[in-house]
Design a protein around this ligand. Structure first.
Ligand code: SF4
Length: 340
C-alpha cells in the first residue's frame, strides 16, 4: 500500500533527506516535507518540550506537530553514529523517544536506528528492516539503497561545490524551487566584484546545517551576509580530508562528528590567508557548540595575525535587528583587519 512519509524540515533533514527520499520513492512511497520554520512552529515546539532542550530540538517538535494528520508516518531517525568511533549529539539519539512522549496526534513514527560506530553491517540491516515495511522483495530494497547512496554522493558533491542544501536538492529535482531565504552561499563573486569594484570580504561561516540553512533559526545569515557584499564559505564546502587534518590539531580527538567538523573547519578559517573573518552561529543550550566555541576562541587568541572571530548564539528571543547590527560590526572589523 502506498503511504505518505512526513519529513520534518529540521535537524539533519538538511543532510539526509535526499538519500531517504530516494530510498522511499524507489519503494513506491510518497514523501512530504513540512513547511519553512515559522514563529508559530517554534511556539508549538516550545509548548511540548522541556525548557532545557536546545532551540533546534524545539523547532523539530514544531515541525513534527505541523505534519500531524498530513501523513501516515513521520520520519524521526535515531541517529547514533554516522562514522566509526564517533557519535552524534545525544539529543538526536533520543529524538524518537522525545517525539513519542511529547507529540500527540502522530499516527506512526518511522525511527530507523543509524549506528555506524562499529561497522556498516548494522546500518545495512536497519535499512533492510525499514524497506521491509513497504515491500517483501529484497532485491527491490537493495536497489533502492544503492540509488539512495548514489543520490547522497551526488548531493554532497553539490554542497562541496558551494550550493546550499535546498539549492542542491532543487538542482537534483528533489525539492521544489529554492526558497528565497536560503538561496545559497554567495557564489556570485564575480558579479559582486563588478558591483563594488573591489574584492568582497570572504567570511567563513560555521554552524549546524539546521541553523545556518534555516532562515528563521539562523536569522537569514546567508542572505544577510550576501546583501552586505560578503562571500560566504561554509564548512560543507571544505574537503572532508582537510577538515579532518585540521581537527587532528586538537590535543584530544573530538568524538562528536558534527563538533569535529566544526572544529576542523574553524581551525582552517582561523589560519591567516584563508578567509577575512570567521563567524560561528550557535544555538542556545547547545552543549557541544559551547566547547567548540571555547576551543576556537583559544585558537584565535593564539594566532599572531588574527582572523576576526565571532560567535552569535540564537534562541527563541533573538531579534533580527540585534543580529544585523552585530554582523555589520563584524564585517567592519574584518574589513579593517584584512591585509593591505
Ligand atoms: S548539537 Fe547542539 S544544537 Fe544540535 S541537537 Fe545537539 S544540543 Fe541541539
Amino acid at each position: 500500500m502506498k503511504e505518505t512519509i512526513g519529513f520534518p524540515r529540521a535537524l539533519l533533514f538538511y543532510y539526509y533527506y535526499p538519500a531517504w527520499k530516494t530510498f522511499f520513492e524507489s519503494l513506491g512511497q510518497t514523501c512530504q516535507v513540512s513547511g519553512k520554520t515559522t514563529k508559530a512552529m517554534i511556539d508549538s515546539g516550545i509548548k511540548v518540550t522541556v525548557d532545557e532542550a536546545c532551540l533546534p530540538v524545539k523547532a523539530f517538535h514544531g515541525h513534527v506537530q505541523s505534519l500531524s494528520g498530513e501523513c501516515d508516518r513521520v520520519f524521526v531517525p535515531r541517529l547514533v553514529s554516522v562514522e566509526k568511533k564517533a557519535y552524534i549529539c545525544p539529543k538526536l539519539m533520543g529524538l524518537p523517544d522525545m517525539v513519542r512522549h511529547n507529540c500527540t496526534g502522530i499516527r506512526q513514527i518511522l525511527d530507523p536506528c543509524i549506528d555506524m560506530s562499529r561497522n556498516r553491517k548494522a546500518f545495512a540491516k536497519e535499512v533492510y528492516t525499514t524497506g521491509r515495511l513497504f515491500t517483501r522483495n529484497p532485491l527491490k530494497i537493495s536497489a533502492a539503497r544503492q540509488k539512495a547512496e548514489y543520490t547522497y554522493e551526488m548531493f554532497t558533491r553539490l554542497l562541496q561545490a558551494g550550493l546550499a542544501p535546498i539549492e542542491a536538492m532543487t538542482k537534483m529535482n528533489l525539492h521544489d524551487a529554492p526558497d528565497s531565504w536560503n538561496s545559497g552561499t554567495s557564489h556570485n563573486a564575480p558579479a559582486f566584484e563588478k558591483a563594488v569594484g573591489a574584492r568582497p570580504l570572504v567570511i567563513g561561516l560555521l554552524g549546524h546545517p539546521y541553523i545556518i540553512y534555516d532562515s528563521f533559526l539562523g536569522m537569514n545569515v546567508l542572505d544577510r551576509l550576501k546583501l552586505m557584499r560578503a562571500n560566504v564559505v561554509t564548512m560543507d564546502m571544505l574537503p572532508p580530508t582537510m577538515i579532518e587534518r585540521e581537527a587532528a590539531k586538537s590535543r584530544k580527538r573530538v568524538f562528536w562528528t558534527m563538533g569535529r567538523k566544526l572544529l576542523g573547519a574553524g581551525y582552517y578559517f582561523l589560519r591567516p590567508g584563508t578567509v577575512d573573518g570567521c563567524l560561528q552561529m550557535s544555538a542556545f543550550a547547545c552543549g557541544p557548540d559551547s566547547f567548540i566555541s571555547e576551543l576556537l576562541q583559544q585558537e584565535s587568541a593564539r594566532s599572531q595575525r588574527k582572523v576576526p572571530f565571532m560567535t552569535i548564539i540564537v534562541d527563541e528571543h533573538t531579534g533580527e535587528a540585534g543580529v544585523h547590527t552585530r554582523l555589520e560590526a563584524f564585517l567592519d572589523i574584518a574589513e579593517r583587519s584584512r591585509p593591505g
